[in-house]
Structures are given as C-alpha cells and as structure tokens.
Ligand binder design. Structure first.
Ligand code: NAP
Length: 349
C-alpha cells in the first residue's frame, strides 16, 4: 500500500478535481507485477493503468488500491469490471470512497463475485492524500472552480462594458479544456443577456458540461444560444419566477438569500443530488462575488490576458476582505500562453 500511495502522489498537480489514486499488483510472493496512478480527469483510473497490459493473473495475486475502486460508469468504465476480467481474487483497499455512487457499494460488488476484500490498510495515509477531495465530498456539494479572464490590472469587464476579448483565441481554447473536465458550467443571468454564450466545449473530442443558469426571475430569452447547443441546461430560478414552459430547460426552483438572489449553499446541495459533482463557475462579477462570499470555492482558474483597461469591474470586487481575513491561495500551476498567463490555485481558508 505504501507503494500505491507513492504512485498516487504522481497525480498531485493534475488529478484534481478527481482524487489522487495509486494502485499496485503483486504476485503470490509479493513481487511487483505492475503499478499505475490516476493522472487526470477523463483519463484512465489507477486500476486500469495497472491492469490493462497485464495477462489474466494466476492465483495468489493481490491488488492494492488507495481508494475504493469505482463500480459505476463515469467518463470511463467501472474499475470493478477490469478486476473481474483479470481474475483478481484478492483486493486490498486503503479507504472507502465518500462519493455517493460508491460508499462501499464496490466492496459489495466484488464480494458478491467471491473476491476477498480488505478495507482500511494505511487508511490515515490514504486520507491524507486526498484531504481536499474528502472535505468537499463530506459537505455534499460539488467541487467548485471559479474561472475568469482578467486583464493585467485585474478587470473582468471594461469601463465601457466590454469583455470580448480579454485573452487570445489560443488562450480561450485552453480554457475549453476545463469545460471538458467539469460536469456543470454555471453563469449568472446578466452574462446570458450580455454575452449570449454557448457554454459548450469546442475542442475536438471534448465533452460538453451541463449549463447551469442562475436566473432568479426567469428572464432568459428563448433564443439564447445556450438553450440550443450542447446539453440541456438546468434553469435555476426563484420561487416567484414566471413559468417558462417554452424554454428547453430543466427548471430548478431555489430558495433565496437575504439579498433576494439564489442562495448558493442550498443550490449546491440540489445540484449535487442531480449528479453535478464538479462545477466550473464562469461568472460574471456578481456570481463570482456570491460564490466567494458563500465560502464554497475550491479552485481558481485565472487567465490573465495581455491587456490593460485602467477601469471597469475587478475580479471579485465587492468582497472587501481585510488582509488577515483574505482567503489564502495555494499555487497549483503557472503556464504561459504566448503573452497570456494561466494561473491555477487551490482556494484556501
Ligand atoms: N472576464 C470574464 O471572465 C467574464 C466572465 C463572465 C462574464 N463576464 C462579464 O460579466 C458581465 C456580467 O456580470 P454581472 O455581474 O453583471 O452579472 P452576472 O454575474 O453574469 O449575473 C448576475 C445576475 O445573476 C442573477 N443571480 C441569481 N442568483 C445570484 C446570486 N446568488 N449571486 C449573484 N447573481 C445572481 C441576478 O439576476 P436576477 O436576480 O435577475 O436573476 C444577478 O443580477 C458581462 O458583461 C460579462 O461580459 C466576464
């Protein structure tokens, strides 16, 4: 299991919002046959990385995996299937997966097929690997990434109301890779009205996220592009919004916060129940402010365009933290995209 934990750590910079997972297969004499880890969302899970090129194993082989294998279809097939295919008869698991699709269900699936399963080996070390993932899952809400394009002076919209385009077309394509990773993509009603975005993923082979529109009074125009490309949107409205049966959306009636807008924490619980395990929040300014204030932010994906506006609306304006109370960010990665820059941070406390 120690070796599986070392494997898992190889995904430290790339696996999130998925958990880091490592896996090791040994023979009856405890000799290493193969090992693998989960590198990135959408990529093969650690069990598949470990087992795909292995022949059907002889008796006595043991598979060690840091987190309960999955038993349901996501973007990849269930890992329990490849465990059956390769005739693994003994599986040792570091810890159960708190994801509502698992929570011990995979252990039952394996045991039903007569496979010996042990759970809880080096459990504390396995929990430490995925502290961030576990804390989000235990809150019964999706993992939230804030994404914004800002100028070098921190503006997301100019003084004259323009925001197209802060970054280059190459940078915008880079941002589309993020859309492919997340289950949902969330924007406010003003962004729909001003920008008429499609919110789909326009890279080859990319996966469309489900659009989530926060529109308290159901003002979304029938011709909005987001309603007619990509996945069917979730239309989040307040309790007094007019019925809009003509819109091709799934309507979610939400409770309101004291400011009369959709209350973020209960909304996130509803989205989680609907299978939105990861959500990319793309703005605009009011939505960003509400998410930061709600304390429900896990990752910041910031694209800094090589532009200077000298006026307009700043990223996160209105939060007005003092320095001691300001959220502490932890850098995940920096990459330059010609003159633009992509910065990815974990959002701390
Ligand atoms: N640079 C970037 O990365 C970027 C990204 C996106 C957008 N933008 C720009 O941002 C501008 C829009 O920003 P915005 O601040 O005017 O509007 P917004 O954040 O897109 O939408 C705000 C609206 O959403 C609704 N809403 C419902 N629940 C809410 C909640 N809990 N918190 C906040 N809003 C809630 C409210 O309208 P109702 O109550 O009427 O529903 C609110 O007025 C556009 O000009 C767009 O171009 C920039």
């Amino acid at each position: 299991m120690s070796l599986a934990i070392e494997e898992a750590k190889k995904g430290e910079a790339t696996a999130f919002p998925n958990p880091m997972v490592g896996c090791v297969l040994v023979d009856s004499k405890n000799r290493l046959i193969s090992k693998g880890y989960h590198e990135r969302p959408g990529g093969p899970h650690a069990e598949r990385m470990t087992l795909t090129d292995v022949d059907v194993v002889s008796d006595g082989a043991v598979l060690y995996v840091t987190l309960e294998p999955c038993c349901s279809w996501g973007r990849t097939p269930p890992c329990t299937d490849i465990i059956f295919e390769k005739n693994i008869r003994h599986v040792v698991i570091g810890m159960l997966d708190p994801d509502p699709r698992m929570r011990g269900a995979s252990v039952a699936v394996l045991e039903e097929r007569g496979i010996k399963v042990q759970v809880g080996v080096l459990e504390e070390e396995c929990r430490q690997l995925n502290r961030r993932y576990l804390s989000i899952r235990e809150q019964n809400r999706p993992t939230i990434a804030l994404k914004a394009a800002i100028t070098v002076d921190g503006k997301i919209v100019g003084y004259h109301g323009d925001s197209k385009w802060i970054t280059s077309s190459k940078t915008r394509m880079h941002a589309h890779q993020l859309r492919s990773i997340y289950d949902g993509i969330l924007v406010g009603s003003q962004t729909v009205l001003h920008d008429d975005p499609k919110l789909n993923c326009r890279i080859e082979g990319g996966r469309n996220p489900t659009p989530i529109l926060l529109d308290t009074n159901a003002k979304c125009p029938q011709e909005a592009q987001v309603l007619h490309v990509g996945k069917r949107p979730l239309h989040c409205v307040g309790p007094h919004a007019p019925l809009r049966d003509e819109l091709p959306v799934d309507r979610i009636v939400c409770s309101l916060a004291a400011d009369g807008r959709i209350d973020i924490p209960p909304l996130l619980e509803l989205l989680y129940e609907k299978g939105m395990y990861t959500v990319l929040v793309e703005g605009g300014a009011a939505i960003i402010q509400s998410f930061i204030r709600s304390g429900c932010v896990d990752v910041l994906e910031l694209y800094v365009g090589a532009k200077f506006l000298g006026g307009g609306r700043s990223f996160g304006e209105g939060c007005n933290f003092t320095l001691p109370e300001a959220p502490h960010l932890i850098l995940r990665s920096v990459s330059s995209l010609d003159s633009d820059v992509h910065l990815s941070y974990y959002w701390g406390d």
